[in-house]
Design a protein. Structure first.
Length: 601
């Protein structure tokens, strides 16, 4: 390994590279240019670690880079804080795992291996965030190789598991019956090229171009096809195809080498005559609402959070939408509220949703959002609604007003630097609000007030609670007439409070006992009641109970002096006096009895 001078040069060089990549709109991810950036960052963090740094190092260095370069590159100055935040977030994440990863590498080196197994290299990547080239670099410094083929195999297996999990969790037609193997022979009905008509209509009178049958199912390739096949996050359509005397429910739509293939259970009779193909209308409308909402959300996120926000994935189905985007941390509640309002205002503006095809360079000149990871043809489809302009092949509403209402339903993290929001629109948003209203009515019934008066009722209850807690505190301190008064002593390292109370209400005494136990350890409370025939109460903290001590045992030892007895829970027990006149003697004997009780434990 080279000396510290090399590490200083790596950190300086990588700080510059990170600054310019972030300034150019590249953000850390696990693919493409984002992955290159992440590898550069983590290699620099490792060299800073070798120099003894255990805190973010590149983040402050990006500021120095900007100071030196912003005259020539003013965009860096405008993005100073954004660059610092992204860098610091990435550094902190890697610093949380680098020690464990380096420790694991040291364990492997100690075994005398000459090649790091592929599964271990993958574990370093998957668990500790070590890019494979970083593992190779560290291993090479020890003259050790890495099983790259084994690493790629483990990585491919994980990707297969992830894809299977996504397919299984998506629901609806995404997890419906699959199109059969291509080995099953297609029956050609007529020659022709399929045309997708689903942008303009959900119903088409058409003819099958080809069909195949197997295992009680039929696959069809329609000449004019209104069914959308899953793409770009939008789920597949469902619907029905009707022929002469037969009906085929469509529950799976997939792309095939012949085009879009629709599939359903074999009807009792089937012949490839001219058909009527119809998409399930209500479901398609809800999918379109949610898809258009993702465009409005994307624009609002960039407006409120910054232009570093870029779509990283989405799911659009009939019930909800899910949108993943690049961002360095959770969205504050007040900011999320502003974003939700922005989307609803765009809905209420009822913007026309326009779609047009144009050459890719013209779309970029128009300001359309394009994504580095996507590949585009010479001709692209541009969808515009208000200030949102994106390249998109999905189906959309005609005007934004059709969405009706938009509500966020959750947010969370997906990966380092990638956030996820979930939301509902139209009927889904109405159902969400209706559910909230039902819970409010239920709560107001429990509080015995009207929903509009709930806040005031809760304030009253909180005030009553505060008064009760204050009363209990006074009782504990002996400041109230019915609170405990007396002595505090230490018996065998246990803090013992022996006092008196005039309270007779068992619930009130129970509250007093709970208040005493709250926040305390290794403590016991012994209360002598001074009202009526007299009583005795004992409370123990949880740690004493875990040692095998029980409040009922102590109650019985002390109550026996007056000829009484008692019982209760391990943490709280009460007893009565057989002869009230003997209670003073019981109190006088209490310290000795507590000592004997603890000694016998």
């Amino acid at each position: 390994m080279e000396g510290p001078g090399a590490s200083f040069r790596v950190v300086a060089d990588h700080a510059r590279a990170v600054t310019f990549l972030l300034g150019d709109g590249v953000f850390p991810s696990n693919e493409g240019r984002g992955y290159v950036l992440r590898r550069i960052l983590r290699r620099a963090v490792r060299h800073a670690w070798l120099l003894g740094r255990r805190e973010p190092t590149l983040a402050p260095l990006t500021g120095l880079v900007i100071d030196l370069m912003q005259d020539a590159y003013p965009e860096l100055g405008r993005k100073r804080e954004e660059i610092r935040k992204w860098t610091e977030t990435e550094e902190v994440r890697f610093l949380e795992t680098i020690e464990g990863g380096l420790g694991r590498l040291d364990e492997l080196f100690a075994t005398g291996v000459t090649v790091i197994p592929g599964d271990e290299a993958f574990r370093l990547y998957d668990t500790y965030g070590f890019p494979i080239d970083l593992t190779q670099l560290i291993a090479a410094e020890r003259g050790i190789g890495v099983d790259l083929a084994g690493f790629e195999t483990a990585l491919a297996e994980q990707r297969d598991r992830s894809r299977a999990a996504r397919r299984g969790s998506a629901g609806g037609p995404l997890s419906g019956p699959a199109i059969r193997s291509s080995k099953i022979k297609w029956n050609i009905v007529r020659r022709g090229k399929q045309k997708f008509v689903g942008y303009d209509t959900i119903r088409a009178d058409t003819e099958p171009l080809a069909f195949r049958q197997d295992a009680g199912r039929v696959d069809l390739v329609l000449h004019q096809n209104p069914f959308y096949a899953e793409s770009g996050g939008q789920v597949s359509d469902v619907g029905v195809v009707r022929g002469a005397g037969w009906t085929l429910p469509i529950d799976a739509v997939r792309r095939d080498e012949r085009g879009v293939v629709v599939s359903g259970p074999m009807p009792e009779s089937f012949d490839p005559t001219p058909v009527e193909a119809e998409v399930a209308a209500a479901r398609r409308r809800n999918i379109e609402r949610n898809h258009s909402a993702t465009h409005l959300v994307h624009a609002a996120l960039r407006r409120r959070l910054g232009t570093h926000v870029r779509q990283q994935g989405s799911l659009v189905d009939a019930d909800r939408l899910r949108f993943d985007f690049s961002h360095h941390g959770p969205i504050e509640a007040d900011t999320l509220e502003l974003i939700e309002r922005d989307v609803n205002e765009a809905i209420w503006e009822n913007h026309q949703v326009s779609t047009r095809e144009m050459p890719y360079p013209d779309a970029l000149a128009l300001g359309a959002m394009a994504f580095f990871a996507d590949k585009y043809g010479d001709l692209v489809r541009v969808v515009q609604m208000g200030d949102s302009i994106e390249l998109c092949g999905g189906t959309h509403v005609a005007t934004t007003g059709v969405l009706g209402l938009f509500r966020f339903s959750g947010q969370g993290g997906v990966a380092a630097g990638v956030r996820r929001i979930e939301a509902v629109t139209g009927p889904g948003a109405y159902a969400a609000l209706d559910a909230i209203d039902a819970r409010l009515r239920q709560a107001s019934d429990l509080l015995r007030t009207q929903p509009e008066h709930m806040a005031r009722r809760i304030e009253q209850l909180l005030q009553e609670r505060d008064k009760l807690e204050s009363r209990v505190q006074e009782m504990l301190k002996g400041g109230a007439g019915d609170g405990p008064s007396g002595q505090e002593l230490t018996v065998r390292d246990v803090a013992v409070t022996i006092g008196e109370t005039s309270a007779e209400n068992r619930d009130e005494i129970g509250q007093l006992a709970d208040q005493f136990r709250s926040g305390r350890t290794n403590a016991a409370l012994v209360l002598f009641g001074t009202s009526g025939r007299g009583a005795l109460h004992v409370a123990l903290t949880d740690d004493l109970v875990r040692r095998g001590l029980k409040a009922g045992d102590l109650v019985n030892r002390i109550a026996a002096v007056s000829g009484g007895r008692g019982g209760g829970r391990p943490t709280f027990a009460s007893g009565s006096a057989g002869d009230p006149a003997l209670l003073p003697a019981a109190r006088e004997a209490a310290p000795r009895l507590i000592e004997e009780w603890l000694a016998s434990a």
